[in-house]
Write a protein that binds this ligand. Structure first.
Ligand SMILES: [Zn+2]
Ligand SMILES: [Zn+2]
Length: 207
């Protein structure tokens, strides 16, 4: 028996391979941790992309397959949405997001649930009324931006956010939600998420 270990070549072979670098799902460039996203309008898939690919110009008419997700976060303090409107929408949870689905040609509503994003299947006349009451509010770009409504403990708050932020919230709920009421960990995560959205909205307004 020799004291020497296995030959260097063999040792190298046994080492675990380096973790695979995440790559842009459109052009295969290596990605940084903070990266952009692109929506495949047909499949609704959100692709992780490099900066160049996420700048794919949003919407070049019907048939545009990929839309880059913009970065603007806007707090809309003047958005008119009453508790009665919220009741009419029958969203069973604290937060929901509404975006214009260009393939369906109408707004759709989703809310986070422990099983992922749940679609509100109610007719959205109530939401059309809300939009009609807010003619001056900036409109989200179809497919890639959404109105995110937070029925916080004190009042309703509406933000205009990139669609990937909505999916981030969905992911947090899915990861942390326990039992019927979510549990403290889930609520900490949700509160933290909305604090970050408010901070981003403040930064974007200064630009
Ligand atoms: Zn790319
Ligand atoms: Zn990503």
């Amino acid at each position: 028996m020799t004291a020497a270990g296995p030959p260097a070549g063999l040792r190298r072979f046994r080492e675990p391979p380096p973790p695979e670098t995440p790559r842009c799902e459109m052009c295969a460039e290596p990605l940084e941790e903070r990266h952009g996203h692109v929506v495949n309008v047909q499949t609704r898939a959100l692709l992780c992309t490099c900066r160049g690919c996420s700048l794919v110009m949003p919407g070049s008419g019907p048939g545009a397959r990929y839309r880059g997700v913009p970065e603007r976060h806007l707090h809309l303090p003047g958005f008119r949405l009453t508790a009665a409107d919220w009741e009419a929408l029958q969203i069973p949870v604290r937060a929901a997001f509404f975006f214009h689905h260009s393939v369906l040609g109408r707004y759709v509503a989703f809310y986070p649930s422990p099983a992922g994003a749940a679609e509100s299947l109610l007719p959205l006349d109530a939401w059309d009324d809300v939009l009609a009451a807010n003619p001056e509010a900036p409109r989200p770009l179809p497919d890639v931006e959404a109105y995110l409504v937070d029925r916080g403990p004190e009042r309703l708050a509406c933000h205009l956010v990139p669609i990937d932020a909505c999916y981030e919230l969905v992911g947090l709920v899915r990861l942390h939600w326990k039992g019927f009421h979510g549990g403290p960990e889930a609520w900490r995560a949700i509160d933290g998420f909305f604090a970050e959205i408010r901070a981003r909205a403040g930064e974007d307004r200064r630009v």
